[in-house]
Ligand binder design. Structure first.
Ligand code: HEM
Length: 462
């Protein structure tokens, strides 16, 4: 039987199709898929990779054949930085992944747990509003990217660990580490060329970062092992993980390395994606004043509030939720989701997919599929209003910013609460305009695995 592989663009010897995957890869892959179809096979160096670019094929891979495609490929950076991929997101499919994922859903970020963070979220929102009020008094433009990035990091620090003193280092590690996950590393594409690392210096860069993380996490863990001080009684996520580790009570073996890998995942995964979303939402609103006014109307209906709008105040705000959905449709922070890998030979839509094939799902392209979305490139939160009951949970394959199926993001509730509360407050308290002399906002995307804005967002609060 001759195998019937998916269509491929012409490739070069050795490097395959690597030269066709540009820096903003979701966009170059989108252009390639227009020519070669929603299921295409690329040869990225020596690694066969299928690219999924339509809701139908995504549904086949993430729902009908979720069992086959539920694993992750192994990459050098993930292994080096995350204790051999011992976090949840990069763990191969298997017993550890299943148990640890359940831990996220039921304990670490379950709905009750996220609700229990309400008060500390409000404290962090108040701090952000006060920072802006200060700039407001001086009529200076404010770097909102900086405000949002501190807000998301402060929240995650507060719930993970007490008295977090090394926020600066943590922030540096997250900012430097995020591109590393997507940076071109020869060994991932050409495993036979390991010696090239002498020239690229990739390993030593990652090792240095690993050592910094490891030291930081040892300190965090030790502080919690030493026990509560000053009658501190809050249970932090580190405490939960350490208890599970000590009592072996999660029903599976959780070593110190597993705990550390999950902590890195919480710090980095829990802040960066959320920050990117808030930044894009605000940029789109400034760019689309009609939507901005409509959202402010919804939010300001609440009348006078003492300090800030609380989680309770923003419960019934459908336009706010629609604005966030529309932001995530156009700007999914993980535009190619997180790569998957086929666990055995299979067939998708008539094409043979061998075991061990890497799978990239182009959510960026799917969320803008013109067969499903009218004026797909236009920012229009109205499309999520009325009868549209599309949610974040991967039930509609034309809208998958958090992925779908077994590997669906477990941070949805947490992210949504954090995004909604800050947006509601900065739009309740302030009107926003571009700094003097600027007539429009640059809306381009930066290169890399996480689609951040290319430029920091600087605006004037009024
Ligand atoms: C706007 C915010 C966020 C977005 C857009 C996002 C997006 C994603 C995506 C696309 C995936 C891969 C899904 C797949 O393979 O099908 C994922 C997985 C994951 N996310 Fe998120 N995420 C966000 C926030 C968070 C937060 C706040 C946390 C934790 C604190 C988190 C933790 C994880 C974990 C642990 C996984 C791995 C799940 C697995 O492999 O089974 N995410 N996320």
């Amino acid at each position: 039987h001759k195998s019937n592989l998916p269509p491929s663009p012409p490739s070069l010897p050795f490097i395959g199709n690597l030269h066709q995957v540009g820096l903003v890869s979701q966009q170059s892959l989108n252009a390639l898929s227009r020519k070669h179809g929603p299921l295409m096979l690329l040869h990225l160096g020596l690694v066969p990779t299928i690219i999924v670019s339509s809701p139908e094929v995504a549904e086949e891979v993430m729902r009908k054949q979720d069992d086959v495609f539920a694993s992750r490929p192994s990459t050098k950076a993930w292994n080096l930085l995350l204790y051999g991929s011992r976090n949840v997101g990069f763990a191969p499919y298997g017993k550890y992944w299943k148990q640890a994922k359940r831990l996220y859903i039921t304990h670490l970020l379950g709905p009750m747990k996220v609700k229990s963070f309400d008060q500390m979220r409000e404290v962090e929102v108040l701090a952000a509003v006060e920072k802006i009020q200060h700039a407001h008094k001086c009529s200076n433009p404010i770097d909102l990217s900086e405000v949002f990035s501190s807000y998301t990091l402060d929240i995650i620090c507060r719930i993970v660990s007490k008295n977090f003193s090394k926020k600066h280092l943590l922030r540096e590690l997250i900012e430097e580490g995020t591109p590393l996950f997507s940076e071109f590393n020869f060994e991932d594409y050409f495993p036979i060329l390991q010696c090239l690392d002498i020239f690229t210096g990739f390993n030593s860069k990652v090792n240095k970062m690993f050592n910094q993380w490891d030291e930081l996490l040892d300190e965090v863990i030790q502080q919690h092992i030493n026990g509560p001080v000053d009658g501190e009684k809050d249970e932090h996520l580190v405490d939960m993980l350490l208890t599970l580790q000590a009592n072996n009570s999660g029903g599976f073996e959780l070593t110190k390395d597993h705990v550390k890998a999950i902590l890195i995942e919480l710090f980095a995964g829990g802040s960066h994606t959320t920050f990117i979303t808030i930044e894009w939402a605000m940029a789109e609103l400034v760019h689309n004043q009609k939507a901005m006014k409509k959202l402010q109307q919804e939010i300001r209906q609440i009348g006078h509030v003492q300090h800030i709008l609380t989680n309770k105040d923003i419960k019934e705000m459908p336009y706010l939720t629609s604005v966030i959905k529309e932001t995530l449709r156009l700007h999914p922070p993980a535009p190619l989701l997180v790569p998957r890998e086929s666990m055995h030979d299979t067939n998708v839509k008539g094409y043979d997919i061998p075991k061990g094939t890497k799978v990239l799902i182009n959510a960026w392209s799917i969320n803008r599929d013109p067969n499903y979305w009218e004026n797909p490139d236009e920012f229009s939160p109205e499309r999520f209003m009325g009868n549209n009951n599309m949610d974040f949970w991967g039930n509609n394959f034309e809208f998958i910013p958090f992925g779908a199926g077994k590997r669906l993001c477990p941070g949805i509730n947490f992210a949504q609460s954090n995004i909604e509360l800050i947006l509601a407050n900065i739009l309740y308290h302030f009107d926003w305009e571009l700094p003097r002399g600027e007539v429009s906002l640059d809306m381009s995307e930066a290169a890399g695995l996480s689609a951040r804005r290319a430029q920091n967002l600087r605006l004037i609060p009024r």
